[in-house]
Design a protein. Structure first.
Lengths: 228, 54, 336
């Protein structure tokens, strides 16, 4: 079959969609689409063993993160000291603080649940590990947030924390006494790190599926039973 | 257990080497309670069994 | 014809992870996007409620002027200490100076290895340079000239003697100091206090002569060298040996997840060690690594079996399929 395109060139009509192994684009496409089994990126079904409320704490953590970032964006509109001088700014700061508390509480409950479910089974070690690093990264992000308060709390936290960081050499390049540096770590560097880890973590969950119960046995396919 | 109420408004609970503010204690207790609840509360219509649908 | 199903296999041997593929299991409908939207709505409602009821703490920063007004004797003592080299910052070591080797993690002098990347000369940068920026004060200019003209040993001798005399005076009051050979140091310290009181010290240390200043390193080092900042913090249980890392000003929830980090500071050997910071950091790094590597650590990764909370979580599944956690299932078809 021949097809004529707009320029009058004849072809098979499948140009541009081949699987040329040398094409960087094709290779990247293959990698991206192969990350998650077909239909599993946003499936509308889930394994029948997911019958406990413990399973909602991952999504609650994610939702809380969205609120943290959104309130942070609003704070960035006003600037570093806006919340001290504006009532609206103070409200946004309060929203940012409490959404962060909810974020950490939900994340820790999620961690407890995943630990007791031994959720690293079935080649899910990387899922566990990205989760732990995201947790640690979140603590670092919150820490730089505390340093950016430009009030008594940040004065105290910075002068105390410097001793811990200096004692192991980290303080030489992470100067917690420099609010301009710490603010930029808080709103640029750390969110990027945490963001990458969270995306990686969620992709891994969708890739491997939610871990089956401990000692669950692979079910016999229905087709086999019907034929006996 | 000693309870110390300071002028600035923090209430501390002291138990040997452990000192914790009442607020922090409440947060921890609530988290543990939520975890315990999550273990027993079902998700959705959990007990329905539809077999091996794909 | 009766269906005969193959006997279910025995629970997997520990060493071999025989976890089945999750995608092979029966499924039921579930709306992930709706779940996320509900979670978002719930979090928003809870956040707004908590923010409405509790707001957020905002204790004003301690200014140099505020410090000078509330604790003038502390300011004088601190300025003297900077000149004498007896303050914390003066004797700190890396990254500010080479006055000390700093802390070591066992045999590794990590603090020293990092080097002096934020150079601060306490006497010069925190006291003398700000004073030099004050014009139109003949007495101050004379004192500065006299001090700079003297050899370093003499400078240290004056400042040390004055520091001792302040400690001996009732309430550290400079007006009640015993007579002695302190050179121009008392004048310098007094002028420093006046500069602080006037508000001139706020910018002097942050901008250091330029227009835009955003690095508060010098101001904070000076403030932390005094006793006033710590006094204010300890009054709110924010001190290191008060589990302070977990706490927040006022009655607000703090950072309970820091409990393990701050715990070590409360107990020996950390509570009595000069290397406490490095040791606690090292320990927490090891424990964090442990958390990270749980899937690979024998014993640790078996805790879910030993503390079988999973039987609660998956009780529905175990009941319906007849599978029992950690118990070999009997032969025959499981109930459907």
């Amino acid at each position: 079959m021949t097809v004529t395109d707009r320029t009058g060139t004849e072809g098979t009509g499948t140009e541009g969609t081949g699987t040329d192994a040398r094409s960087w684009t094709a290779r990247l496409r293959g990698r991206v689409t192969g990350l998650v089994p077909p239909g599993q990126a946003l499936p509308d079904r889930q394994p029948a063993y997911m019958t406990s409320a413990i399973y909602v704490f991952g999504v609650i953590t994610l939702a809380a993160l969205v609120v943290v970032v959104a309130t942070g964006v609003v704070l960035s509109l006003g600037g570093a000291v806006w919340w001290h001088v504006s009532a609206a700014g103070h409200v946004v700061n309060s929203l940012h603080l409490w959404s962060t508390e909810i974020f950490f509480a939900a994340m820790v409950v999620h961690l407890w649940g995943k630990f007791f479910m031994a959720a690293w089974r079935g080649k899910r070690a990387l899922t566990w590990m990205t989760g732990v690093v995201a947790f640690v990264g979140s603590i670092g992000t919150a820490f730089t947030g505390y340093l950016s308060q430009t009030n008594f709390d940040s004065q105290w936290i910075s002068t105390q924390a410097k001793d811990g960081l200096n004692s192991v050499g980290i303080g030489a390049w992470m100067n917690v006494l420099n609010p301009a540096q710490m603010l930029m770590w808080h709103i640029v560097l750390m969110p990027l790190v945490v963001g990458v880890l969270v995306v990686w973590h969620v992709v891994l969950v969708r890739r491997h599926g939610v871990v089956p119960p401990i000692d669950a046995v692979e079910p016999v396919p229905a087709a086999e039973e019907g034929s006996r | 257990m000693d309870t110390t109420v300071l002028g600035s408004g923090t209430t501390q609970l002291d138990w040997g080497v452990v000192q914790i503010s009442t607020t922090n204690l409440i947060v921890v207790v609530v988290m543990l309670a939520v975890f315990a609840l999550a273990l027993v509360v079902p998700l959705g219509r959990g007990t329905r069994d539809r077999g091996s649908r794909r | 014809m009766s269906t005969t199903l193959p006997k279910p296999t025995a629970p997997p041997v520990r060493r071999h992870d025989a976890t089945p593929d999750a995608h092979l299991f029966p499924t039921r409908p579930y709306d992930l996007v709706k779940e996320f939207c509900l979670a978002l709505a719930g979090v928003l409602v809870l956040t707004i409620a908590l923010a409405w009821i509790f707001s957020s703490p905002d204790e004003k920063a301690v200014t140099m002027a505020g410090w000078a007004t509330a604790a003038p004797n502390d300011v004088v003592a601190t300025a003297t200490g900077e000149l004498a080299g007896t303050t914390t910052s003066a004797g700190y070591g890396a990254p500010y100076n080479t006055a000390s080797d700093g802390q070591a993690l066992g045999p590794l002098p990590l603090q020293k290895w990092a080097g002096v990347t934020i150079p601060v000369n306490s006497a010069e940068d925190l006291v003398l340079t700000p004073l030099s920026g004050v014009g139109g004060d003949a007495a101050l200019t004379a004192a500065l000239t006299a001090y700079r003209a003297a050899p370093p040993d003499q400078q240290t001798a004056w400042a040390t003697a004055y520091g001792e005399a302040l400690k001996a005076a009732p309430d550290g009051d400079p007006a009640q100091v015993a007579p002695g050979d302190y050179g121009p140091v008392p004048v310098l310290a007094d002028k420093f206090l006046a500069l602080a009181r006037s508000g001139g010290l706020e910018g002097a240390l942050t901008s250091s002569g330029t227009f835009y200043g955003s690095d508060a390193t010098r101001s904070l080092l000076l403030l932390a060298d005094g006793a006033y900042l710590e006094d204010q913090a300890r009054a709110q249980n924010l001190g290191g040996d008060q589990w302070g890392m977990m706490n927040e000003t006022g009655n607000y929830p703090g950072q309970p997840w820091m409990w393990l980090y701050t715990f070590w500071y409360q107990v020996p050997p950390f509570s009595t060690s000069d290397n406490a910071d490095a040791l606690v950091w090292g320990l927490m790094m090891v424990l964090t690594l442990g958390l990270l590597l749980v899937p690979f650590i024998p014993g640790l990764r078996s805790i879910p079996r030993l503390v079988p909370l999973h039987r609660l979580i998956w009780r529905d599944w175990y009941r319906r399929t007849g599978q029992r956690a950690a118990a070999p299932p009997a032969g025959g078809a499981p109930p459907r």
